[in-house]
Design a protein around this ligand. Structure first.
Ligand SMILES: NC(=O)c1ccc[n+]([C@@H]2O[C@H](COP(=O)([O-])OP(=O)(O)OC[C@H]3O[C@@H](n4cnc5c(N)ncnc54)[C@H](OP(=O)(O)O)[C@@H]3O)[C@@H](O)[C@H]2O)c1
Length: 277
């Protein structure tokens, strides 16, 4: 069995849970390989990737702040990554870099595994944030047939830019941040997703009153540190169903692992617990 070298490129990368996830799967499936952390500055990205290629890497994941810049260094970028505007998974084949995006898959699989009966088509989704993760979330929701997406971001221009580049833009409407129309939207929402970094350890909490939230709405926070964010705790206290973000991290790792090792790995309870879920 040949040894498969893989890893994560980003800055910083030292706190990543990805080596634990990939290491667990390599052992579990009896494979031979490694998953290394590769800390590269923006200036060092191109040279660093050349070194990975020369040292026989089969592929690598890409995280903040390189998900956009790495696209220009890839020989092929697939349609999904182009629509999302970011590459988080690269496979090196015959010396060529093939980029894709697995955050869409990770987001949707996590939702489906935690709420198998959730009907994406049953009503509108409120999406908070318009950063890199929001692009993947919006694309996933469009693919699943969500009839309308109401997008709200602190910086409205970023929300407009996301809508302009989306595949089905007529299904997305921008709402003001902390606005009356935003509060009204919550009363009609089938799903609420926080994609901002608010609520993350070390960041301010998301100040959003869920008072008028539809009791049927599912609330999903993609922030996973802490696991139960203030938003999820408030939603739970109101009796709404919630989904945490840790499963998105686990599921987004699966397609990359499959591309590099030829095995589609499973997300088990054991693995979820191992990463803090
Ligand atoms: N579960 C997972 O697998 C997963 C995957 C990807 C990301 N994430 C998490 O998702 C979060 C966002 O990641 P990202 O890559 O999209 O980051 P990003 O591109 O930097 O976007 C950050 C978003 O947060 C908003 N924001 C930041 N500070 C704010 C504040 N003080 N008030 C209001 N809005 C604020 C930004 O609004 P502006 O546009 O106004 O700046 C933007 O919409 C992070 O916490 C990340 O850990 C989780």
């Amino acid at each position: 069995m040949s040894f498969t070298k893989t890893g994560l490129v980003g800055h910083p990368v030292s706190h990543s849970k990805s080596p634990m996830i990939h290491g667990h799967w390599i052992k579990h499936y009896g494979l031979s390989g490694s998953y290394e952390l590769v800390d590269l500055s923006c200036e060092g990205l191109a040279d660093g990737i050349r070194t990975l290629k020369a040292s026989g890497f089969k592929g690598f994941n890409v995280t903040v702040p390189h998900k956009v810049d790495v696209m220009a260094l890839c020989d092929h970028v697939d349609d999904l990554a182009r629509i999302v505007g970011a590459v988080n998974t690269v496979t090196i084949k015959d010396g060529a870099l093939h980029g894709t995006n697995t955050d869409v898959f990770g987001f949707i699989e996590n939702l489906k595994s935690h709420a198998p009966d959730f009907d994406f088509k049953a009503g509108p989704a409120v999406v908070l944030g318009a950063g890199g993760a929001a692009r993947a979330v919006v694309q996933g929701l469009l693919q699943e047939g969500v009839p309308e997406i109401w997008l709200s971001n602190r910086t409205p221009e970023k929300a407009d830019a996301l809508i302009a580049s989306a595949s089905l833009k007529d299904r997305i409407k921008r709402l003001g941040w902390n606005s009356a129309e935003g509060i009204k939207a919550l009363s009609q929402a089938n799903l609420v997703v926080n994609t901002t970094s608010l609520g993350m350890t070390g960041k301010p909490a998301l100040t959003l009153s869920l008072e008028g939230l539809s009791p049927k709405a599912l609330v999903h926070d993609i922030v996973y540190a802490p696991l139960m964010t203030p938003l999820l705790l408030e939603a739970q206290a109101q009796g709404n169903r919630t989904v945490t973000g840790i499963g998105m991290l686990l599921h987004q790792a699966r397609p990359g692992f499959a591309l590099w090792h030829g095995v589609m790995p499973e997300v088990t309870d054991e693995l979820t617990k191992m990463v803090g879920g």
